[in-house]
Design a protein around this ligand. Sequence first.
Ligand code: AMP
Length: 385
Amino acid sequence: MNEAPVLVLNAGSSSLKYQLVVPETAEVQAKGIIERIGEQGSPIADHDAALQAMQDQLVAADVDLDAVGLRAVGHRVVHGGPEFSDPTIIDDDVLAEIKDLIPLAPLHNPGAVSGIEAARAEFDVPHVAIFDTAFFSTLPLAAATYAIPRDLAQKYRIRRYGFHGTSHQFISRAAAELVGRDLGELNQIVLHLGNGCSASAVRGGVAVETSMGLTPLQGLVMGTRSGDIDPGLHTFLHNELGMSIGDIDTLLNKQSGLKGLSGVNDFRELEQRRAAGDEGAQLAFEVYVHRLKHYVGAYLALLGRLDVLSFTAGVGENSPALRAAVIEGLDGLGFGVDSELNGERSTVARVISPDRAPIAIAVIPTNEELAIARETAELLESRSD
Ligand code: AMP
């Protein structure tokens, strides 16, 4: 077995997360984060310096990249636009295309580009781009299309792309394994509930609907993002308050969601405040749950039949109260959780619905780094066959 690790890089505009992981065994040899890249007063001027800082951390942790025999670098890239529907070996042309997608993801893709450029200069191994949008490239046109003038949408590549795809794909595969059935025969809903939140409907391993859209702002209520709102709100805020588009973008991305409703974006803190009788925290919880039920119902109707519903990411994996609230009242539709199983603290994938329930409800820890490492390794193996 190939035991050489893959270096997984998740480069944002001001941070670089890394993990050195063996795809086949899931062994994590090192991981860390370099923060405050390019910020005033920070010693880390740019992504080259961040990569250097990462290597210093590896040396300090006694990890010798030459000795471990680095297999490849897998880069998380948020937006793959209409072009990229699969993991892709990065060459100069691919890098140019990722740059060309910056208008679609101005907050995310520039960091990835800088990370790729720095890492290609440093590591002479294959570099692979894993796109957050790729899993959703299979959305049927009816799901991916906004009802706006077609020529405008086509010219500017405006459509629903979806995000968190690496996690949704990883979880839907893991769910099939967990329930011991073929991925191809399962209809699934995946709820990825972390700081960012998204839902997906997956038929036979293929994504058919997801809650995020052109940007990661659409859909569920998130830590600081509003999710779905009436697009007419922009006009209202502009006309009544004189807010600029930039102000509105900040409001909806950074000051809304749980934070806007309750003052806190961290779900643990929200639960504490709710338990203490805080009215804003209670409302935030209810709005969050209401939106989730709305999507679960919609996806059930789209799929026609559901086999597995999975909860994942920080909130989905760790909040029994949230999971119970989403499922509450849905017994007529075949959903139910065993409250003892739901309440157990665990870090392994598990089923929390009663035995022989028509719909299996699962809690599955996501692991995007491992998923990226695996997809990177699979692509390289398929090329060497
Ligand atoms: P992620 O983006 O997947 O890291 O998820 C972050 C979110 O998960 C934050 O809102 C955390 O408050 C929440 N979270 C983490 N641990 C717990 C927990 N034990 N109970 C409730 N929420 C949690």
